[in-house]
Ligand binder design. Structure first.
Ligand code: AMP
Length: 217
């Protein structure tokens, strides 16, 4: 079987990361999250991390050259089916991805767009708590961890992302509408797009996603 490439599209807070983790538990995929890779680089205090942090905290996109370089490395170093979570974020990255696919003889199998209204995204992001250990997301009001500050799943410490603050959230949503949302039409025109309503329970969203994946795998 050829390697599959699945793109999860959606605004910040739409649930791409949460759904990616559920997909990885059920199917032989790995998740490539450009945001997670950048946060790891920040923790390591690498020059890439230091450079990227300025853009991330301001809610801006990290320059395309850096992101494309990171992604190329990852794509070449894995054999499994791949979920792209957080890439591409604009048309120039989408075109670069097409070029990479040509180079490695692959093709994108499916693009799933998770749609959620801005007001709900703001609510979700401003109360989000993320586990340092396993990356699971909780919420200060809607998905309260059993023990304060501790992940229910792995016991890791929970933290608030430095870009989940009001000013960064506003900017990230502006960037989403300007740069990322046009990718919905881009992939629809290629016949690859499926839409999923992201304003539902996590497991209901996952059911919609599994029926899309099952039809393509
Ligand atoms: P995420 O974890 O996907 O919400 O990404 C967090 C931040 O990392 C974004 O707000 C951007 O600053 C940066 N980032 C992640 N993926 C990309 C990408 N494909 N292109 C540019 N910047 C990105």
């Amino acid at each position: 079987m050829n390697r599959m490439y699945l793109i999860l599209l959606g605004a910040p807070g739409s649930g791409k990361g949460t759904q990616s983790k559920l997909i990885v538990e059920k199917y032989p995929f790995i998740q490539i999250s450009t945001g997670d890779i950048l946060r790891e680089e920040i923790t390591k205090k690498s020059s890439l991390g230091i450079e990227a942090k300025k853009f991330m905290d301001g809610g801006k996109l990290v320059p395309d050259e850096l992101i494309i370089m990171i992604l190329k490395k990852k794509l070449l170093n894995t054999e499994k089916h791949i979920i792209l979570d957080g890439f591409p974020r604009n048309l120039s990255q989408a075109n670069a991805l097409d070029e990479m696919m040509n180079e490695i003889g692959g093709s994108i199998n499916s693009v799933i767009n998770i749609s959620v209204e801005d007001s709900i995204l703001e609510e979700r992001l401003s109360g989000r708590l993320v586990c340092k250990g396993c990356g699971t997301s909780f919420h200060k009001l809607f998905l309260i961890p059993i023990k304060d500050g501790i992940c229910d799943k792995c016991g890791g410490d929970l933290y608030q992302r430095s870009d989940d603050l009001p000013e960064s959230i506003k900017q990230r949503l502006i960037v989403y509408h300007q740069s990322t949302k046009p990718l919905i039409d881009f992939y629809d025109a290629k016949g690859l797009l499926s839409n999923v309503d992201g304003d539902k329970e996590v497991n209901d969203i996952f059911k919609s996603i599994t029926s899309i994946i099952d039809g393509r795998i």
